[in-house]
Design a protein around this ligand. Structure first.
Ligand SMILES: Cc1cc2nc3c(=O)[nH]c(=O)nc-3n(C[C@H](O)[C@H](O)[C@H](O)COP(=O)(O)OP(=O)(O)OC[C@H]3O[C@@H](n4cnc5c(N)ncnc54)[C@H](O)[C@@H]3O)c2cc1C
Length: 458
């Protein structure tokens, strides 16, 4: 008799946790993901700003799971899920593959949302994948290099203005690191420009920085960023982005323009399109962020063998954070195991014969670093800011980083960066830097065709 087949889509926090949690279950697990690594997204901004290398935060899933005999890893982009025939269709290098399942755990995460303005992405990449982080690194390094060669004062100023759109944890962390990169690491490395004169601007449509963490911690993070020289514009909605800068509508109705060659978008998320695909087949709903509204046991209505977890599931009270994905994935794995090992009368089949307890999320708190030696953390009612929060942040991220080697090399990279202000990962390749074409052709950009600023963003 063949073992019960579990297919897991995604190798992120949810996908990997699900596969690992099924290690001792009497099942065959197939993980299908479009990347061959497990990405630790919370440290992407450190790859973008030259602190860590991509390998340190993205070990190979094949390697991680090599000793789990009941698990196999397949690289592929899932393009279809057929709930009726219980089949997942994935693509790799132009070929299609069909993988049948008995149980399915979908953990395909979320992408960047530009709130209907997808054309912003060309000029203001989001930071969701390793490719994004490396592109942003190339844009940052490329801007400094182009400024060094630039004789035009206005263009040089535009090249040395870095804008981060979205003042959530990622935006705050990125802006803080950009300020430290320009103000400390690159100091003295150029001959024509002064990197410490670079502007870092952090924008958000909301009236506060780190709004979900509360007014107190938001104010502390804001004060620290200002100390570092970050300019913060709140109540500032980005309504258009182009190669040279962005248009902003302020809360008092005034319009403004920021000339900035290097822009990063960290303002919104949109669930994997697989959520909508499943919803259409199951007659289920998706919310405004495209997340599938699942049942209390994280399954798709009418399909007790299909679980949706992590950033692509809408579950009341569960934030789009790593803990939510991991806890949801472990719950799904436990439910599958319980169904199989439970006391099901044979004729009823393996699924859902045991009444499932609803998924319960345990809130372990949230944190964000602002700069070296400074972070903010909130655990329940406890709020901490400063160096203790920063040390806790370092420790926790080390605990959750996968792989002993990654942990060791990350500690070494952090020590080098935070104690000496040097960064070992500011290398960009010729090919990477060539994507940043803004400095080469500024005069060819015709400003007269900027569309009406009419859409809400940021
Ligand atoms: C920059 C950044 C910083 C963050 N910082 C924090 C933080 O400090 N703390 C915190 O708790 N959370 C943080 N988060 C959020 C956290 O990373 C997510 O909540 C978590 O990754 C969600 O896990 P997931 O498994 O749902 O999705 P992901 O971890 O995103 O994994 C999705 C997986 O699905 C794969 N995939 C997607 N589509 C397909 C497809 N069609 N076919 C095949 N595979 C597919 C992807 O390749 C990936 O392997 C951060 C996120 C970002 C982007």
């Amino acid at each position: 008799m063949t073992a019960h087949r579990v297919v897991v889509i995604g190798s992120g926090f949810g996908g990997l946790a699900a596969v690992k949690a099924l290690k001792r279950a009497p099942v065959d697990v197939t993980m299908i993901a479009r990347t061959q690594h497990h990405l630790f997204q919370p440290l992407l901004y450190q790859v973008a700003t030259g602190i860590l290398s991509e390998g340190e935060i993205a070990p190979s899933t094949r390697r991680i799971l090599r000793d789990q005999r009941n698990a196999e890893v397949l690289l592929g982009d899932v393009v279809d899920i057929d709930l009726a025939s219980r089949t997942v269709v994935s693509e790799l290098l132009g070929r299609q593959y069909r993988t049948p399942y008995d149980s399915l755990i979908v953990a395909a995460g979320a992408g960047q949302s530009y709130f209907g303005n997808d054309h912003f992405a060309e000029f203001a990449p989001g930071i969701k994948t390793l490719d994004d982080a490396l592109e942003i690194r190339a844009r940052i390094v490329g801007a400094f290099e182009a400024a060094e060669r630039c004789g035009d004062v206005d263009l040089r100023q535009r090249l040395l203005t870095f804008t981060v759109i979205g003042a959530g944890p990622t935006g705050v962390e990125l802006a803080g690191q950009l300020a430290e990169l320009a103000g400390r690491t690159l100091k003295g490395e150029f001959r024509s420009i002064d990197p410490t004169a670079a502007r870092v601007i952090l924008l958000d449509a909301a009236p506060a920085v780190l709004a979900p963490m509360g007014a107190n911690l938001g104010a502390k993070a804001q004060a620290r960023l200002r100390q570092l020289g970050v300019e913060i514009q709140l109540g500032a909605t980005v309504v258009d982005v182009d190669v040279d800068g962005l248009m902003v509508r302020y809360s008092d109705g005034a319009m403004g323009r920021i000339e900035s060659a290097c822009k990063v978008w960290s303002a919104g998320v949109s669930a994997s399109p697989l959520a909508r695909l499943i919803a259409q087949q199951a007659g289920a709903e998706v919310d405004r962020a495209g997340r599938l509204v699942v049942l209390p046991d994280l399954t798709v209505p009418g399909h007790p063998n299909v679980f949706v977890v992590g950033d692509m599931a809408a579950v009341p009270g569960v934030p789009g954070m790593a803990q939510g994905a991991m806890q949801g994935a472990k719950y799904a794995a436990r439910a599958i195991r319980a169904d199989l090992l439970g006391h099901c009368p044979p004729l009823q089949g393996p699924f859902h014969c045991v009444e499932r307890e609803p998924f319960h999320y345990l809130d372990k708190g949230s944190m964000a670093t602002v700069s070296r030696f400074s972070a903010v953390a909130k655990v329940g009612r406890l709020e901490v800011a400063g160096i203790f929060a920063w040390l806790a942040w370092l420790l926790l991220h080390l605990v959750y980083l996968v792989g002993f080697k990654s942990k060791v090399t990350t500690v070494i990279s952090w020590a080098a960066t935070f104690l000496t202000m040097n960064r070992g990962q500011l290398t960009v390749t010729e090919q990477q830097v060539s994507v940043f074409d803004a400095p080469d052709h500024p005069e060819t950009h015709d400003r007269s065709d900027i569309p009406d600023p009419a859409v809400d963003a940021a």
